[in-house]
Design a protein around this ligand. Sequence first.
Ligand code: SAH
Length: 286
Amino acid sequence: MDFARWNGGFAYGSVKPIIHRELGHSASGGLSKRVRHFIHRRFPRDSFVSGGNGSGNGNGSAPTGPNFEAERRAMVARQIRHRGIRSPRVIDAMETVPRHLFVPPEHTPAAYADSPLPIGEGQTISQPYMVAAMAEALSLEGPERLLEVGAGSGYQAAVLSRLAREVIAVETQPALADTSRERLARLGFANARVEQGDGSLGWPADAPYDAILVAAGAPAVPQPLVDQLAEGGRLVIPVGPADHQELVRVTKKEGKIIREALFACRFVPLIGSHGWPSPSAGSTET
Ligand code: SAH
């Protein structure tokens, strides 16, 4: 299967000009040094977790290990900046969060590739560009409480935790909820937590949210998510048929709902009471 076209895949032709027009703003920087300091303290040197030759790139005695920091810098240059992401805060977050620690060992060598990757349970970690574009579309400035629907590997929640005060990430699949929760805690992303449940209902316990990001495709914008947006809040969500969607931004302003279409994309389905029905009835559950 062509994973590059799933979850975070997008139509190259249509995305670039729209991104420049719609998302060309940039929040003023400011966090850069702090974020770098945080990550350098936590991840003094990226470690190679996939086994491989077992030597990693940690101590200077292993010339064969991949240099994940260099790969990440190249990813940001080619896939993020070059395609029009401008927000210095988003770029900083993408430069610092170690994506290779969020993918299964067999995919670690491809962690910085320009594509989604399988993370188990039939799900994928989104393409880096899509993670950055969605984050930029939320215009995060720092003090926000944010809801992510579809925690998956926890990678996007980690990126968002560098951009907002508090991240609540809901994941429907218990196994993924457990691993992403454990991973975020182990890596020190203390302001992000994972809850297991149907995020198409939002997460009422912590509502309202200044920003909501949905990382799975929905047939329509779930009303509970709109209801759980704070005044001035932004919701970014892929909406449309199961095989292609449009990234939509919904903003709540003075009680009014403003809806904008950003660009074409393709995500795995949002399964739940305000999403698609579960395919498990009579189909291949693994
Ligand atoms: N943001 C993730 C990738 C998301 S893949 C990352 O960074 O890795 C989409 C995820 O949405 C999958 O893990 C899927 O299980 C989850 N999902 C689908 N329907 C959901 C629902 N109703 N509530 C919460 N999560 C859901």
